[in-house]
Design a protein around this ligand. Sequence first.
Ligand SMILES: Cc1ncc(COP(=O)(O)O)c(C=O)c1O
Length: 311
Amino acid sequence: MLTYARLGQMLGIDLYVKRDDLFPTPGGGNKGRKIGYIAEHARSSGADALVTTGGAQSNHAREVALAAAARGWRCRLILHGDPADLQRPQGNLMLMLLAGAEVEIVSPEQISGRMAVAMARFAEEGHSPYEIPGGGHTIEGAQAYVDACAEVVAQCEAQSWLPDVVIHASGTGTTQAGLVVGFRSLGLTTQVIGVSVARRNPRGATIVRNMVEALAHHGRLSCSTELVEFRHDWVGAGYGQADSRVLSAIGFAAETEGLILDPTYTGKAFLALMDLVRLGEIAKGTRVLFWHTGGLLNLMASDAFNGGWSE
Ligand SMILES: Cc1ncc(COP(=O)(O)O)c(C=O)c1O
């Protein structure tokens, strides 16, 4: 966790950033933090092969491929996107292939059928396959973020600082559910704002609330689902679509203090932070923790900044 004094000063807030983009797996990010817990659950269930799904630039699918390679397991990824990407892999897709994952790119309607085939084939070949839902949306993945709260609070206490507000990019909602339950279980009233990168409400918030309930039940904790703030105002044209305001926010963070964000996830979350401060919903002087969930490989594989660089 690092302080970003110049960015904070320009925004008028007291800003720290939790650098999960530096989580120590190749590409890092929240999916790196989640996969350790998910793979451990797979191992304890006797698995020796993993099957999952996601987009061709999915951070989750990349982490699953790397986790399987690290354990000497087979891995099959049923991805959606353009099959031609396999001829010129970039970013996450390149790492999935380098890690030896068997990759299929299919249309969204084919995913569940192809996942079932992949599971059946592994079993026929004598493996014990384990299916991971897209995005790592599991109790174990969410638990990783409950535990991450204890980590961050220890780091905060070492700096005599505690956030009033945590803000981050939210997709499947696993990370958000973990953070909501995690801060509550430590007895803190920290506000957690999840900025949607794709889903709209009420569906988006309902999915996060369901995970909060499941997680609280799993850990025998009490946590109100009322605490879930899933904001869809910065989704724009949808998943992976960054408008000019998102790109400006990315440029602002990079130029002001070398904080690198991406157009699919963290750029939207940072723009939300800037807007919420500008609109007064986050008051000046508030202690804000921006939880950086990764995405550098998405930035590197993106063409969002194509079309020129003006002075
Ligand atoms: C970089 C990054 N940030 C945030 C998210 C959202 O995480 P979650 O699915 O746990 O809500 C994702 C999900 O793909 C991601 O890759």
